[in-house]
Design a protein around this ligand. Structure first.
Ligand SMILES: *[C@@H]1O[C@H](CO)[C@@H](O)[C@H](O)[C@H]1NC(C)=O
Ligand SMILES: *[C@@H]1O[C@H](CO)[C@@H](O)[C@H](O)[C@H]1NC(C)=O
Ligand SMILES: *[C@@H]1O[C@H](CO)[C@@H](O)[C@H](O)[C@H]1NC(C)=O
Length: 245
């Protein structure tokens, strides 16, 4: 009888606890929704097509990084060239002064996942893509901090020409490929582009392939004047060599 009473008490306590935590999580959800609505309202009051800087004469700092996931295809075009298709993960960071809030007003929430198509995004493209548009998943969320710092990690596919280096007696030959990224419409004074996390190479920590291994992997930042524009433009170029296994 005593044991039964203890058991009933235990059940009751458990019920109360779940009810409490349920209420808490609902409250938390409401705060997230309230925060999202607040940010949406702020975003609606200014155009999303212009760079999110207070002063238009200032550059917006954007960082960009690349992780190689896998090699999808290596299609021969000629004896020296192949069409290389790679799955990658893109890393972006920037700041948007409009996306700021006081965490204490939203029960301590200090970061929020937001659909990336709701916010401004840097127009970084792969200049030497073989296809007209770079394939990038736009249905991912960006993580926004209460100080307006945005991190966006998404995935996509890149297609470039890889050049075959002639085989020698010690190897079957290898491919050299280059991925040149930059802002499509902004020069150095508008978008100050740099490497994500200061990393001057592709991240290979999640690279899986049964057919290829990466031999060399290095990236450079280039600032160049081109015919079109008065101000220099920045590109981040990732070079790698692939060895057939
Ligand atoms: C914007 O920045 C430029 C260059 O730093 C400065 O000369 C100008 O006064 C600033 N404008 C405003 C409105 O703060
Ligand atoms: C946010 O919280 C502060 C106090 O922490 C308060 O003074 C302010 O009015 C609040 N702002 C909004 C928009 O609720
Ligand atoms: C990167 O690759 C391109 C083309 O394969 C080559 O012209 C360039 O010199 C390479 N850059 C570096 C730093 O290796």
């Amino acid at each position: 009888m005593f044991a039964l009473r203890i058991y009933v008490l235990f059940l009751l306590l458990q019920c109360m606890l779940t009810a409490k935590s349920g209420k808490n999580s609902r409250k938390h959800l409401n705060d997230e929704a309230r925060l999202l609505m607040t940010l949406k309202r702020i975003l609606h009051s200014s155009p999303n097509e212009v760079r999110p800087v207070h002063n238009s004469s200032k550059a917006l700092h954007v960082t960009f990084g690349l992780a190689l996931s896998t090699i999808h295809g290596m299609e021969e075009i000629s004896t020296t060239e192949s069409k290389l298709t790679a799955s990658v993960v893109f890393f972006y960071t920037w700041s948007d002064y409009r996306l700021q809030w006081k965490p204490e007003n939203f029960s301590g929430i200090d970061s929020l996942a937001m659909p990336v198509d709701m916010i401004w995004r840097p127009d970084i493209i792969l200049f030497n893509n073989m296809e007209t548009a770079m394939q990038q998943d736009m249905h991912t969320q960006a993580i926004v901090s209460s100080r307006g710092h945005v991190i966006w990690i998404t995935r996509g596919q890149l297609t470039v020409i890889a050049e075959k280096e002639t085989a020698s007696w010690w190897s079957d030959g290898q491919w050299e490929a280059e991925f040149k990224f930059g802002s499509w419409s902004y020069g150095e004074s508008r978008i100050a582009l740099d490497f994500y996390d200061g990393r001057q190479s592709m991240d290979l920590s999640s690279f899986r392939s049964k057919s290829f291994s990466v031999n060399k992997n290095h990236a450079t930042k280039n600032v160049k004047y081109s015919l079109c524009c008065q101000e220099p433009s920045i590109d981040l170029t990732f070079n790698m060599t692939l060895l057939q296994l």
